[in-house]
Design a protein. Structure first.
Length: 125
């Protein structure tokens, strides 16, 4: 199988830029209001406990999203390295080519559909 590495490199670089932009926005948003400011605002509120829970939930959600984006960014950077070293598009488990449609959907995929499915089934057991 011969895939267009230039196409996938550009796709990965575009996704990398998007994620870096999103991470920057998250950091800017978080920097605008420190936790101390938020807690100070809540302490003067009648619904202190409910609002505090809401702030904590929002903060945790933001951290979760940030961690997911960082993980994807790491996967993208690994995929770019695989392009450079000639192993991009090869399943890390069975060493067979990863389908082009899968790579178009998830350009940082490291496993073919079959191996990924087997791995997910074993995790669920």
């Amino acid at each position: 199988m011969s895939i267009d590495l230039t196409y996938f490199k550009e796709l990965l670089l575009e996704k990398k830029r998007e994620i870096e932009h999103n991470l920057k926005n998250i950091k800017e948003f978080s920097a605008n209001k420190s936790e101390i400011e938020l807690i100070g605002e809540l302490s003067s509120s009648d619904d202190h406990l409910a609002e505090y829970a809401s702030v904590v939930y929002d903060h945790e959600s933001t951290l979760t999203i940030e961690n997911i984006l960082k993980d994807i960014l790491n996967q993208i950077e690994s995929a770019l390295k695989r392009i450079e070293n000639g192993t991009y598009g090869i399943c890390e488990v069975c060493k067979k080519p990863i389908g082009e449609e899968r790579l178009k959907a998830i350009p940082y995929a490291t496993m073919c559909v079959r191996c990924k499915s087997i791995k997910e089934k074993s995790v669920r057991k």
